[in-house]
Ligand binder design. Structure first.
Ligand SMILES: [Zn+2]
Length: 381
């Protein structure tokens, strides 16, 4: 600043200026005062502008993650996991006392990065490279384009395999657990084999044209005939026979993860379906698929509210992942594209339904409960 002042004074006293030296100095001082006053005014206006846009809301729970060696897929999943506060709450309880720091333990690194993302004492960009390197050591390689649904399920698997507190690990799994009863009926002898299992995500088949989430879920729960090469072995008939296969829901989870199967393989070639899939902000499972409930399904609350969307742009060969996530405190939507974060609207989220372009919703995360029930008090950090 002092250098600028002497430069300005020197310029004003250039040879050829007819005013006296004293007069020039006075004029110079007056102009400098004007510049200083306007600078002060600008900085106070700028400070008021900064305070008006409530950075605290944005920074407390929404932190950008820089793209490090093609990490948009993992960055996006970290944003959705951060919005799934139930996971970070459970990881917070885990002491990890028996885990060696250098053991490439995915849940331990996940706990650290999620804690960093919700802390308000760090710069805007959180260090997440340790998590990415840890995944790399667990065969989710850096510098490779990944499928978000596969990486998401891998992370949940690592949590189960690598947490030394089994009870907490199961609590995390139970958040996503969809218990189902599958049945297989032989169409020759009518005998039925049933077994219970669980899914961590609803994998929904898409039609090539228009789809709705409700329609996809109904199709998922419809019985399917297996004939020709799809015939199954029937123990009673002793041979492979045509059969009818179906699935009934035994219980629905707190967090319902929906995978829209937009990538289709045929003859060794993968292509992306950019077809339209409309999805609601809230829906009641019992209204769209009550016939899909098993007889001993006993849950009363089946209402779900959308809180995160994993978005894929581009083609099957070359794409980019971003996320829309709902803020825990104000329930507003935010858009996360690696290190870039901005506020968004429900209309922005809906535009990823595939009607407009190839920037399409790929995974939908719903939380059980109405929108207002999802509200939680802000963390104090
Ligand atoms: Zn049979």
């Amino acid at each position: 600043m002092y250098t600028h002042k002497s430069d300005a004074a020197r310029n004003e006293s250039d040879p050829g200026v007819t005013s006296t030296v004293v007069g020039v100095q006075d004029e110079s001082d007056r102009r400098l005062q004007l510049v200083k006053r306007s600078r002060d005014l600008m900085s106070s206006r700028f400070r008021r502008f900064l305070s008006s846009i409530r950075w605290s809301d944005l920074e407390q729970e929404m932190r950008g993650l820089s793209n490090y060696r093609l990490s948009c897929c993992v960055n996006t999943l970290l944003q959705t996991l951060s919005a799934t506060w139930e996971v970070s709450d459970l990881l917070e309880k885990w002491e990890a006392a028996g885990v060696r720091a250098d053991s490439h333990n995915v849940p331990l690194q996940l706990k650290r990065v999620l804690a960093a993302m919700r802390s308000d004492h760090l710069p805007q960009h959180v260090p997440h490279r340790d998590f990415l390197h840890c995944l790399d050591r667990n065969c989710v390689r850096l510098s490779v384009q990944h499928d978000a649904d596969e990486v998401f399920l891998s992370i949940l698997n690592f949590v189960q395999q690598q947490m030394d507190d089994r009870a907490l690990a199961l609590e995390i799994q139970n958040l996503y657990k969809i218990s189902v009863e599958t049945h297989l009926q032989c169409l020759e002898c009518d005998s039925v084999q049933t077994r219970t299992s669980y899914l961590l995500s609803l994998h929904l088949h898409l039609k090539e044209d228009h789809n709705s989430l409700a329609g996809c879920i109904s199709s998922f729960l419809e019985d399917q005939e297996l004939r020709g090469i799809d015939r199954c072995f029937c123990a009673k008939c002793g041979i492979k026979t045509p059969s009818k296969q179906g699935v009934k829901l035994l219980s629905l989870p707190r967090i319902l993860c929906v995978h829209l199967k937009r990538f289709r393989n045929s003859r060794g070639y993968t292509r992306k379906l950019d077809c339209q899939v409309t999805f609601p902000e809230t829906f009641d499972f019992s209204e769209i698929a009550r016939e899909g409930f098993a007889t001993d399904f006993a849950q009363n609350e089946c209402k779900y509210t959308l809180y995160a969307v994993v978005v894929h742009s581009g083609s099957a060969m070359c794409g980019h992942y971003t996320a829309y996530v709902r803020h825990r405190g104000n329930q507003g939507w935010y858009y996360a594209d690696d290190s870039f974060i901005r506020q968004a609207s429900w209309e922005d989220v809906q535009r990823t339904n595939g009607k407009y372009n190839s920037t399409t919703a790929y995974m939908l995360m719903y939380r059980r409960g109405a929108k207002e029930e999802g509200q939680q008090p802000e963390l104090s950090g």
